[in-house]
Design a protein around this ligand. Structure first.
Ligand SMILES: Nc1ccn([C@@H]2O[C@H](COP(=O)(O)OP(=O)(O)OP(=O)(O)O)[C@@H](O)[C@H]2O)c(=O)n1
Ligand SMILES: C[C@](O)(CO)[C@H](O)COP(=O)(O)O
Length: 226
Protein backbone atom coordinates (compact mmCIF):
# COMPACT_ATOMS: atom_id res chain seq x y z
CA UNK A 1 0.00 0.00 0.00
CA UNK A 2 1.41 3.39 -0.99
CA UNK A 3 1.85 6.08 1.62
CA UNK A 4 3.14 9.63 2.05
CA UNK A 5 5.45 10.64 4.88
CA UNK A 6 5.87 13.95 6.68
CA UNK A 7 9.37 14.25 8.15
CA UNK A 8 9.62 17.07 10.70
CA UNK A 9 13.22 18.34 10.52
CA UNK A 10 12.82 21.98 11.57
CA UNK A 11 13.86 21.76 15.21
CA UNK A 12 16.74 23.63 16.84
CA UNK A 13 18.33 20.68 18.65
CA UNK A 14 18.68 22.52 21.99
CA UNK A 15 19.20 19.32 24.03
CA UNK A 16 21.95 18.20 21.64
CA UNK A 17 23.76 21.45 22.30
CA UNK A 18 25.43 21.65 18.90
CA UNK A 19 24.37 25.29 18.40
CA UNK A 20 22.73 24.33 15.07
CA UNK A 21 20.16 21.84 13.75
CA UNK A 22 21.27 18.46 15.12
CA UNK A 23 19.99 16.77 11.93
CA UNK A 24 22.90 18.34 10.03
CA UNK A 25 25.43 16.75 12.40
CA UNK A 26 27.74 14.10 11.00
CA UNK A 27 26.87 10.43 11.48
CA UNK A 28 29.25 7.98 9.77
CA UNK A 29 30.37 10.68 7.37
CA UNK A 30 26.91 11.99 6.39
CA UNK A 31 24.36 14.36 7.98
CA UNK A 32 21.89 12.49 10.22
CA UNK A 33 18.90 13.62 8.15
CA UNK A 34 20.24 11.89 5.02
CA UNK A 35 20.24 8.54 6.82
CA UNK A 36 16.54 9.05 7.61
CA UNK A 37 15.66 10.28 4.11
CA UNK A 38 17.41 7.29 2.50
CA UNK A 39 14.95 4.85 4.11
CA UNK A 40 11.92 6.51 2.53
CA UNK A 41 13.57 7.44 -0.76
CA UNK A 42 14.43 3.75 -1.25
CA UNK A 43 10.98 2.47 -0.22
CA UNK A 44 8.93 1.80 -3.40
CA UNK A 45 5.73 2.17 -1.36
CA UNK A 46 6.59 5.75 -0.35
CA UNK A 47 5.04 8.09 -2.92
CA UNK A 48 5.98 11.46 -1.38
CA UNK A 49 8.33 12.81 1.29
CA UNK A 50 7.16 16.11 2.79
CA UNK A 51 10.28 17.43 4.49
CA UNK A 52 9.58 20.16 7.00
CA UNK A 53 12.63 22.41 7.36
CA UNK A 54 13.84 25.51 9.18
CA UNK A 55 14.48 28.54 7.00
CA UNK A 56 18.08 28.59 8.32
CA UNK A 57 18.66 25.25 6.58
CA UNK A 58 16.98 26.07 3.25
CA UNK A 59 20.17 26.16 1.20
CA UNK A 60 21.29 22.75 2.49
CA UNK A 61 17.98 21.09 1.72
CA UNK A 62 17.60 22.79 -1.65
CA UNK A 63 21.03 21.45 -2.61
CA UNK A 64 20.14 17.82 -1.76
CA UNK A 65 16.84 18.06 -3.66
CA UNK A 66 18.36 16.63 -6.85
CA UNK A 67 19.38 13.42 -5.05
CA UNK A 68 15.98 12.87 -3.40
CA UNK A 69 13.28 12.73 -6.05
CA UNK A 70 10.31 12.38 -3.70
CA UNK A 71 10.96 15.43 -1.53
CA UNK A 72 8.62 18.41 -1.21
CA UNK A 73 10.02 21.14 1.08
CA UNK A 74 7.82 22.97 3.59
CA UNK A 75 8.84 25.44 6.30
CA UNK A 76 8.25 24.42 9.92
CA UNK A 77 6.86 26.28 12.91
CA UNK A 78 7.83 27.08 16.48
CA UNK A 79 6.52 23.77 17.78
CA UNK A 80 6.85 20.25 16.33
CA UNK A 81 3.05 20.08 16.06
CA UNK A 82 2.93 23.24 13.95
CA UNK A 83 5.68 21.87 11.72
CA UNK A 84 3.69 18.68 11.13
CA UNK A 85 0.54 20.72 10.45
CA UNK A 86 2.43 22.74 7.83
CA UNK A 87 3.51 19.43 6.33
CA UNK A 88 -0.10 18.30 6.04
CA UNK A 89 -0.89 21.30 3.84
CA UNK A 90 1.62 19.98 1.25
CA UNK A 91 0.29 16.42 1.28
CA UNK A 92 -2.15 14.83 -1.13
CA UNK A 93 -5.44 14.60 0.79
CA UNK A 94 -5.83 10.87 0.39
CA UNK A 95 -4.70 7.45 1.61
CA UNK A 96 -2.25 6.71 4.39
CA UNK A 97 0.09 9.35 5.75
CA UNK A 98 2.99 8.76 8.13
CA UNK A 99 4.76 11.22 10.41
CA UNK A 100 8.34 10.28 11.20
CA UNK A 101 10.92 12.30 13.14
CA UNK A 102 13.95 13.28 11.09
CA UNK A 103 15.88 12.52 14.28
CA UNK A 104 15.06 8.80 14.07
CA UNK A 105 17.39 7.47 11.29
CA UNK A 106 17.17 3.79 12.25
CA UNK A 107 13.58 3.00 11.30
CA UNK A 108 13.34 -0.33 9.50
CA UNK A 109 11.33 -0.76 6.24
CA UNK A 110 9.58 -3.79 7.69
CA UNK A 111 8.30 -1.72 10.63
CA UNK A 112 7.02 0.91 8.20
CA UNK A 113 5.15 -1.78 6.26
CA UNK A 114 3.54 -3.15 9.44
CA UNK A 115 2.47 0.35 10.49
CA UNK A 116 0.94 1.11 7.08
CA UNK A 117 -1.03 -2.16 7.16
CA UNK A 118 -2.26 -1.46 10.71
CA UNK A 119 -3.29 2.11 9.81
CA UNK A 120 -5.11 0.85 6.70
CA UNK A 121 -7.11 -1.50 8.90
CA UNK A 122 -7.66 0.70 11.97
CA UNK A 123 -7.11 4.29 10.84
CA UNK A 124 -4.26 4.96 13.25
CA UNK A 125 -1.15 3.01 14.31
CA UNK A 126 2.05 3.95 16.12
CA UNK A 127 5.47 2.40 16.68
CA UNK A 128 6.34 1.69 20.31
CA UNK A 129 8.35 -0.60 22.59
CA UNK A 130 7.52 -1.85 26.09
CA UNK A 131 9.13 0.18 28.89
CA UNK A 132 12.17 -1.59 30.40
CA UNK A 133 12.89 0.61 33.39
CA UNK A 134 10.82 1.24 36.49
CA UNK A 135 8.89 4.52 36.03
CA UNK A 136 8.08 6.80 38.94
CA UNK A 137 6.18 10.07 39.26
CA UNK A 138 8.50 12.57 40.95
CA UNK A 139 7.85 16.02 42.42
CA UNK A 140 10.63 18.25 43.74
CA UNK A 141 13.03 15.30 43.37
CA UNK A 142 10.93 13.13 45.68
CA UNK A 143 9.06 10.01 44.60
CA UNK A 144 5.30 10.52 44.51
CA UNK A 145 4.28 7.22 42.94
CA UNK A 146 5.72 4.12 41.30
CA UNK A 147 3.73 3.53 38.12
CA UNK A 148 2.73 -0.01 37.18
CA UNK A 149 4.88 -0.51 34.12
CA UNK A 150 3.07 -3.61 32.83
CA UNK A 151 0.90 -1.39 30.59
CA UNK A 152 3.51 1.28 29.77
CA UNK A 153 5.04 1.62 26.29
CA UNK A 154 7.68 4.03 25.05
CA UNK A 155 6.22 5.61 21.93
CA UNK A 156 8.28 6.31 18.80
CA UNK A 157 7.61 7.32 15.23
CA UNK A 158 6.51 6.53 12.52
CA UNK A 159 2.92 7.19 13.39
CA UNK A 160 0.52 6.25 10.59
CA UNK A 161 -3.00 7.48 9.85
CA UNK A 162 -5.77 7.74 7.34
CA UNK A 163 -5.16 11.24 5.98
CA UNK A 164 -8.55 12.66 6.97
CA UNK A 165 -8.26 11.37 10.54
CA UNK A 166 -4.92 13.12 11.07
CA UNK A 167 -5.98 16.34 9.32
CA UNK A 168 -9.16 16.59 11.42
CA UNK A 169 -7.24 15.92 14.64
CA UNK A 170 -4.69 18.65 13.85
CA UNK A 171 -7.40 21.14 12.85
CA UNK A 172 -9.26 20.50 16.11
CA UNK A 173 -6.02 21.01 18.09
CA UNK A 174 -5.36 24.28 16.22
CA UNK A 175 -8.94 25.47 16.89
CA UNK A 176 -8.98 24.44 20.56
CA UNK A 177 -5.38 25.58 21.05
CA UNK A 178 -3.85 22.48 22.60
CA UNK A 179 -0.45 20.94 21.94
CA UNK A 180 0.51 17.28 21.94
CA UNK A 181 4.00 15.78 21.90
CA UNK A 182 2.95 13.31 19.22
CA UNK A 183 0.22 13.01 16.56
CA UNK A 184 -1.47 10.07 18.27
CA UNK A 185 -2.32 12.22 21.31
CA UNK A 186 -4.28 14.54 19.04
CA UNK A 187 -6.12 11.60 17.45
CA UNK A 188 -6.84 10.14 20.89
CA UNK A 189 -8.62 13.38 21.78
CA UNK A 190 -11.04 12.67 18.92
CA UNK A 191 -11.73 9.35 20.71
CA UNK A 192 -10.52 7.33 17.71
CA UNK A 193 -8.62 4.16 18.64
CA UNK A 194 -4.87 4.03 18.04
CA UNK A 195 -3.19 0.66 17.50
CA UNK A 196 0.33 -0.05 18.74
CA UNK A 197 2.85 -1.83 16.53
CA UNK A 198 5.83 -3.21 18.44
CA UNK A 199 8.98 -1.71 16.93
CA UNK A 200 12.69 -1.89 17.74
CA UNK A 201 14.57 -0.58 20.74
CA UNK A 202 17.23 0.74 18.36
CA UNK A 203 14.71 3.05 16.62
CA UNK A 204 16.05 5.81 18.86
CA UNK A 205 15.51 9.55 18.57
CA UNK A 206 18.87 11.36 18.50
CA UNK A 207 18.21 13.96 21.19
CA UNK A 208 21.22 14.38 23.54
CA UNK A 209 24.98 13.94 22.88
CA UNK A 210 24.99 10.43 24.38
CA UNK A 211 22.62 9.32 21.62
CA UNK A 212 25.39 9.87 19.07
CA UNK A 213 27.47 7.13 20.71
CA UNK A 214 24.51 4.77 20.57
CA UNK A 215 23.94 5.77 16.93
CA UNK A 216 27.52 4.84 15.93
CA UNK A 217 27.06 1.42 17.59
CA UNK A 218 23.65 0.83 15.94
CA UNK A 219 25.07 1.70 12.52
CA UNK A 220 27.99 -0.70 13.04
CA UNK A 221 25.56 -3.50 14.00
CA UNK A 222 23.34 -2.78 10.98
CA UNK A 223 26.37 -2.91 8.65
CA UNK A 224 27.21 -6.36 10.08
CA UNK A 225 23.59 -7.46 9.42
CA UNK A 226 23.75 -6.49 5.73
N1 LIG B 1 9.51 23.17 15.92
C1 LIG B 1 9.96 21.92 15.61
C2 LIG B 1 10.53 21.09 16.61
C3 LIG B 1 11.00 19.82 16.26
N2 LIG B 1 10.89 19.43 14.96
C4 LIG B 1 11.39 18.11 14.56
O1 LIG B 1 10.71 17.11 15.29
C5 LIG B 1 11.60 16.00 15.53
C6 LIG B 1 11.56 15.62 17.01
O2 LIG B 1 11.85 16.76 17.76
P1 LIG B 1 13.11 16.87 18.77
O3 LIG B 1 13.86 15.59 18.82
O4 LIG B 1 12.63 17.47 20.04
O5 LIG B 1 14.03 17.92 18.00
P2 LIG B 1 14.38 19.40 18.47
O6 LIG B 1 13.13 20.16 18.76
O7 LIG B 1 15.32 19.95 17.43
O8 LIG B 1 15.20 19.13 19.82
P3 LIG B 1 15.17 20.06 21.15
O9 LIG B 1 13.81 19.83 21.76
O10 LIG B 1 16.29 19.45 21.96
O11 LIG B 1 15.41 21.47 20.71
C7 LIG B 1 12.98 16.41 15.06
O12 LIG B 1 13.28 15.74 13.85
C8 LIG B 1 12.86 17.92 14.88
O13 LIG B 1 13.69 18.40 13.83
C9 LIG B 1 10.31 20.24 13.97
O14 LIG B 1 10.24 19.86 12.79
N3 LIG B 1 9.85 21.48 14.32
C1 LIG C 1 6.94 12.08 18.56
C2 LIG C 1 7.91 11.47 19.55
O1 LIG C 1 9.12 11.13 18.91
C3 LIG C 1 7.31 10.23 20.16
O2 LIG C 1 8.14 9.75 21.18
C4 LIG C 1 8.26 12.46 20.70
O3 LIG C 1 7.10 12.80 21.41
C5 LIG C 1 8.90 13.73 20.16
O4 LIG C 1 9.23 14.53 21.27
P1 LIG C 1 10.19 15.78 21.04
O5 LIG C 1 10.45 16.39 22.39
O6 LIG C 1 9.45 16.71 20.10
O7 LIG C 1 11.42 15.23 20.42
Amino acid sequence: MNYQVIIPAAGSGKRMGAGYNKLLMNLAGRPIILHTLDVFEKDPNCSRIILVIHSNDESFFTEIGSRYTKIHLVFGGSERQYSVYNGLTAAKEEGIILVHDGARPFIRPETIARLVAAAEENGAAIAAVPVKDTIKKVKNFEVVETVDRSSLWQVQTPQAFHFSLLKNAHERAQKEKYLGTDEASLVEKTRHSVKVVEADYDNIKLTTPEDLYFAEAILKKRQQEN
